[in-house]
Design a protein around this ligand. Structure first.
Ligand SMILES: Cc1ncc(C[n+]2csc(CCOP(=O)(O)OP(=O)(O)O)c2C)c(N)n1
Ligand SMILES: CC(=O)[C@@H](O)[C@H](O)COP(=O)(O)O
Ligand SMILES: [Mg+2]
Length: 641
């Protein structure tokens, strides 16, 4: 007799309440369908894949056992939450993820009551869960805080600050340490080694001891499940030294793909009278999808891919990515300069420093997700005469701001900041946009801030950073590919605080910082076609400003426009301040600043984001014409009056 096809369970699960109505023996099927749906969806959209596949069973088990959304489930980073979104009423929209108007690629409060806390930067989950737990405790309302945090995210100081403070939450706080022995790249450092030892070579307790200990602490009997396999009995231990020292009851390690283990353990933890509890769950990144299991780093974040073969869509051939120009340039510089060191906080390939690591492994440091430490470590290296490059995405450097101010800038130490992903980043959206670095860096005394207009400029700026020993210096550059200019054979040493005039005109001056230069030049063409002679300057430096050049531009043109891919407080603010200090606007100059809008812009295609932000050629033209119209309107109105 032919097999009767099973009814898809996933079609019957619209919310976790539906899930909780299933029998435990149905959960395996549900998890399999959830995994298939996740793979299918990400195949069509691209996005974060491996991390979500690794937590499919955990996602099912957590929603099954805990009373979400009253129990507050908080996914650290949030890049693994696609299965969670599918189970929490967002399956119909899952193929819109990371697209304009679609679901966010991370957890987001405005999207669902099942996302109690937004994330995308790592290692915030335990603090947030603790906040929920304590708030409920104080209010006398039910609800636990449950944080799911990866082994990579567990390397950040914030996680320890939270655990150090967790005792008061008691049994209201549950931390699930999802240990897949991967960050984006293989994890690094002592904590990672410690976790590996716990998983692989720890002395496991015998089944009796385990049950005795569990029975003492957790009331619900788990014997049934425990008796199912010896493996479980061996794997289930109490007494994870580090976490217990920090005041947690440690449970684990347990197999995070085995629902027969997960469910009873979580039920016991849920009903425990004591806490806080940390459950150490061992999973495989990419679980259940062979290509992602085989190359976890390549399937962390993916392009659209063919589900059968795993082949990811290839970007059409084009100019090199900025990150790779940076990595290769720095590696070359380091060939002849033994003082150059390179530091990344868990982003070796994202920053292009994998190229440096291959060439100079002894001077390459991946410090894990630890941006604050990365900056102060660089400061120490600089103070001891090295030439450290701290390569951190603009958005992640925000986390280390006090270190930038206190450890680097105040001491005037020559740390070189390579600030990648500066500006809008497309699909990752607001959490990852590098919108603020010009503002937060150029306001600091001693700091030099450059922005590369193209990949050749980046080469010159890296060279300039290498040779700048008198204080801190930063170069910012965007996500994505260069504009296609030839890379210089020999890099130039740029004069600090000197820009360049790219095009001379008479009536309109566009003062550009960074990669909006191409749009500025396009706008200049349009303005010229309208009879408006236009100058375009690439200022190169937000700090120090090229005051001579700016003064000339502001005093010899009728309209001047600054443009930058940064929020308010950046280049425009500095130029306005200078102009007002020097009285350059007193004579009727029409000075306008173009910058990122004062909103957190959601994900979309980069070109759409630029248009929304009003930072493309059309918007520049419009700004100039409006400034001129404003003038004629005033004249007309004045005449009428
Ligand atoms: C503060 C911060 N730094 C860096 C990143 C980039 N990042 C996103 S996920 C990730 C790896 C996280 O590893 P882990 O927590 O173990 O989760 P997994 O992907 O293995 O599931 C990194 C480095 C980030 N999101 N936030
Ligand atoms: C979740 C996270 O923070 C990273 O995976 C990030 O999405 C990578 O961004 P890039 O693709 O720009 O390297
Ligand atoms: Mg991990």
């Amino acid at each position: 007799m032919a097999d009767i096809p099973q009814t898809p369970l996933l079609d019957t699960v619209h919310t976790p309440d539906d899930l909780r109505r299933l029998a435990p023996e149905q959960l395996r099927q549900l998890a399999d369908e959830l995994r298939t749906e996740t793979i299918s969806a990400v195949g069509t959209t691209g996005g974060h894949l491996g991390s979500g596949l690794g937590v499919v069973e955990l996602t099912v088990a957590l929603h099954y056992v805990f009373n979400t959304p009253d129990d507050r489930l908080i996914w650290d980073v949030g890049h693994q939450c696609y299965p969670h979104k599918i189970l929490t009423g967002r399956r119909e929209r899952i193929r819109t993820i990371r697209q304009g108007g679609g679901l966010s690629g991370f957890t987001k409060r405005s999207e669902s009551e099942y996302d109690p806390f937004g994330a995308a930067h790592s290692s915030t989950s335990i603090s947030a869960a603790l906040g929920f737990a304590i708030a409920n405790k104080l209010a006398g309302t039910p609800g636990k805080g449950i944080a799911v945090i990866g082994d990579g995210a567990m390397s950040a100081g914030m996680a320890y600050e939270a655990m150090n403070n967790a005792e008061q939450a008691g049994n209201r706080l549950v931390v699930i340490l999802n240990d897949n022995d991967m960050s984006i790249a293989p994890p690094v450092g002592g904590l990672s080694a410690y976790l590996s030892r716990m998983v692989s070579s720890r002395e496991f307790l015998g089944v009796r001891d385990v049950l005795k200990k569990l029975a003492k602490r957790f009331p619900r009997p788990i014997q049934k499940a425990a008796q199912k396999t010896d493996e479980f009995a061996r794997g289930m231990t109490m007494g994870g030294t580090l976490f217990e020292e920090l005041g947690f009851y440690y449970v684990g390690p347990i197999d995070g793909h085995n629902l027969d283990h997960l469910i009873p353990v979580l039920e016991n933890v849920r009903d425990a009278e004591q806490g806080p509890i940390l459950i150490h769950v061992v999973t495989k990144k990419g679980k259940g999808y062979a290509p992602a299991e085989a190359a976890a780093d390549k399937y962390h974040g993916v392009q659209k891919f063919d589900v059968i073969t795993g082949a990811q869509a290839k970007a059409p051939p084009g100019p090199p990515a900025y990150q790779n120009v940076f990595g290769e340039t720095l590696a070359k510089e380091a060939d002849s300069d033994p003082r150059i060191c390179a530091i990344t906080a868990a982003m070796p390939s994202g920053t292009g420093l994998d190229r440096f690591a291959n060439a100079h492994p002894e001077r390459f440091f991946d410090v894990g997700i630890a941006e604050q430490h990365a900056v102060t470590f660089a400061a120490g290296l600089a103070a001891q005469g090295m030439r450290p490059f701290c390569a951190i995405y603009s958005t992640f450097l925000q986390r280390a701001y006090d270190q930038v101010v206190h450890d680097v800038a105040i001491q005037n130490l020559p740390v070189r900041f390579a600030i990648d992903r500066a500006g809008l980043v497309g699909a990752d959206g607001a959490t990852h946009a590098g919108s603020f670095d010009v503002t937060y860096l150029a306001s600091l005394p001693n700091m030099v801030v450059m922005a590369a207009a193209d990949e050749a400029e980046l080469v010159h700026m890296v060279h300039t950073c290498v040779n700048h020993d008198s204080g801190p210096i930063a170069v910012r550059y965007p996500r994505g590919n260069g504009v296609g200019v030839a890379l210089p054979e020999t890099p130039q040493l740029l004069e600090i605080g000197k820009g360049r005039v790219v095009r001379e005109g008479k009536k309109v001056a566009i003062l550009s910082l960074g990669t909006r230069l191409a749009e500025a030049l396009r706008a200049a063409d349009t303005l010229e076609a309208k009879g408006l002679s236009t100058s375009v300057a690439d200022l190169r430096f937000a700090k120090p400003l090229d005051e001579a050049l700016i003064r000339r531009m502001l005093t010899t043109h009728e309209v001047a426009v600054t443009i930058e891919e940064n929020a308010i407080g950046g280049l425009g603010a500095h130029v306005l301040t200078m102009a007002s200090d020097e009285g350059l606007i007193d004579g009727g100059l029409k000075l306008r600043t173009m910058r990122l809008p004062d909103i957190f812009q959601d994900q979309d295609k980069p070109e759409v984001q630029y248009a929304q932000a009003g930072l493309d050629a059309d918007a520049i033209v419009e700004t100039v014409l409006k400034a001129l119209r404003h003038n004629s309107a005033n004249v007309t109105e004045g005449a009428r009056a």
